[in-house]
Design a protein around this ligand. Structure first.
Ligand code: SF4
Length: 495
């Protein structure tokens, strides 16, 4: 058995989870990766490929096994200047290095770890690099410099990509050297722990953490914990004392939470709605919310793509590219609902066309209804920076934005099936059960975002693009129709 650098980093986060990965992969990998997780992997590969372009003398070593190791040894013996993904295996440890550069003057090496993030993470990235340095030194290499190369959030593209500006290289040799003793000891501990045939005994410490922290094997190790229970109370992961008190009292189900147990309003409402199997409604406050709306109503939803590598002028790493919106317009109470939409289909900055389409479809008066306004308002501000002629219009839209989520986040309407969430994906099935994202080919924002790159790329045939376009339009339309239906249901409540 070999302990890879990925295993080591996972081990540092949770030994037991890593043991499951190594010994019970069927349980560890039981859940398919989400489109968000797949996107993170694709982004990592894309950023690494871009970083390699800085080194024009690099040789890529394919694979991870013995052959790759032998090829690495051969190229090292030939003193090749730069290697991409050289593979090192020694003493039961294995790593493929992102970039290894040989310095003939000092007969030493510089190692680079590429990260698709805007900064280096001292906990994860430093230990990742320290593992590699340890292994390379075990293999007899003189590693003189250790660097993390990550994206530069200050970079704003102007013309051709400037790779030397897009990437920042942090020389952290001193920090990595200082970690060597600790990392060497941990590597041995990880090797011994992961070599054990029997599943590690003892409790799973995530029992004291909120659901979002649980790994895929939590249910396997904690069969007594219900699928929906105290770990799912909203923001309970941030209220460590509360969760600990519940767990230590062996309270796992929501119906067991004592009525006098101290919780925030949102937490108490979630628990009470579940225990009483009822809807908590404050008609007066819902009415006050809806009085803020002015006709005509514009229900709008954006789709954007956060490209790690800035694709167009004026964009920084991970800045959102707004490429699509859907809009329902209603001129008067009970009036007809008109639908319009925008989808940019060229591989260019959509900002100007996006703002122009909005200006054409949104009049000078009335409320602009969104779900979670921070997102749309931020996008509007960023578009205004790139399209100054649309600034006055976009500022005015932001001043007229009404966040329909407020009725729910302010706790005026709480249903047990929201499960403590105010996401439209949780609220819609309760408020308008006839609507469902399940029937759609695209069901969530992450998939919609990455669809645009496929739509404007060259890999799809025209019929495939046409189908993808239909799916993208259907998803965005559903997000706006969902807001229409939720507002209609709130209006029924106050009648
Ligand atoms: S649920 Fe938490 S403690 Fe348990 S195996 Fe997973 S990561 Fe480790």
């Amino acid at each position: 058995m070999l302990v890879s650098k990925t295993d080591y980093i996972l081990y540092r986060e949770c030994p037991k989870n890593t043991w499951m990965k190594v010994h019970q992969p069927d349980i560890y990998y039981a859940e398919e990766l989400s489109s968000f997780e797949k996107h993170i992997i694709e982004t990592g590969n894309e950023v690494e490929a871009e970083a390699r372009k800085i080194f024009d003398d690099g040789i890529l070593i394919e694979g991870r096994g013995e052959e790759a190791q032998k090829m690495t040894e051969k190229l090292l013996a030939e003193k090749k200047a730069t290697l991409f993904q050289p593979v090192f295996i020694k003493d039961g440890f294995m790593a493929a290095v992102d970039i290894l550069k040989y310095d003939a003057d000092t007969d030493s090496y510089r190692i680079y770890e590429i990260k698709a993030s805007n900064e280096a993470d001292k906990n994860r990235h430093y230990y990742d690099l320290a593992f590699q340095v340890n292994l390379l030194r075990r293999c007899g290499l003189n590693v003189a410099v250790a660097s993390i190369m990550h994206l530069n959030p200050e970079y704003v593209r102007s013309g051709a990509l400037d790779l030397n500006e897009l990437f920042k290289s942090d020389d952290i040799t001193a920090e990595i050297n200082a970690l060597q003793e600790e990392v060497a000891a941990e590597m041995e501990q990880a090797k011994a722990y992961l070599a054990a045939e029997a599943e590690p005994a003892g409790p799973c410490c995530c029992i004291y953490k909120g659901r979002s922290n649980h790994c895929t094997t939590f249910s396997h190790s904690n069969g007594h914990v219900p699928k929906y229970g105290v770990h799912d109370i909203t923001r309970i992961g941030l209220s460590k004392k509360k969760l600990k008190a519940l767990i230590d009292s062996e309270v796992f189900h929501l119906h067991e939470v004592p009525d006098d147990f101290e919780l925030s309003d949102a937490q108490r409402n979630q628990v009470d709605a579940y225990k009483m199997d009822t809807v908590l409604m404050h008609k007066g406050q819902i009415g006050e919310e809806l009085e803020k709306l002015a006709y005509p109503l514009y229900f709008i939803d954006y789709e954007t793509f956060p490209s790690a590598i800035p694709l167009f002028d004026g964009f920084s790493p991970y800045q959102q590219i707004p490429f699509q919106f859907s809009l329902y317009t209603q001129d008067a109470p009970g009036g007809e609902l008109k639908h319009s939409e925008f989808l940019y289909e060229q591989q260019a900055d959509p900002s100007g066309a996006f703002a122009a389409a909005m200006q054409e479809m949104i009049g000078p008066k009335g409320s602009v209804i969104v779900w979670s306004k921070k997102f749309e308002c931020t996008i509007n501000k960023q578009i205004a920076e790139r399209v100054p002629e649309a600034k006055a219009f976009l500022d005015d839209v932001n001043a007229r934005v009404y966040d329909l989520m407020d009725a729910f986040s302010k706790q005026h309407y709480v249903h047990k099936d929201f499960k403590g969430s105010t996401s439209i994906k949780k609220v819609l099935p309760v408020m308008a059960p006839e609507l469902s994202y399940k029937e759609l080919a695209i069901r969530e924002g992450g998939a919609a975002a990455s669809s645009w790159i496929k739509l404007v790329g060259t890999a799809l045939t025209p019929p495939e693009k046409e189908k993808l376009k239909e799916d993208m339009l259907a998803y965005c339309k559903m997000d706006t129709w969902a807001m229409v239906r939720i507002l209609q249901e709130l209006e029924k409540v106050i009648k």
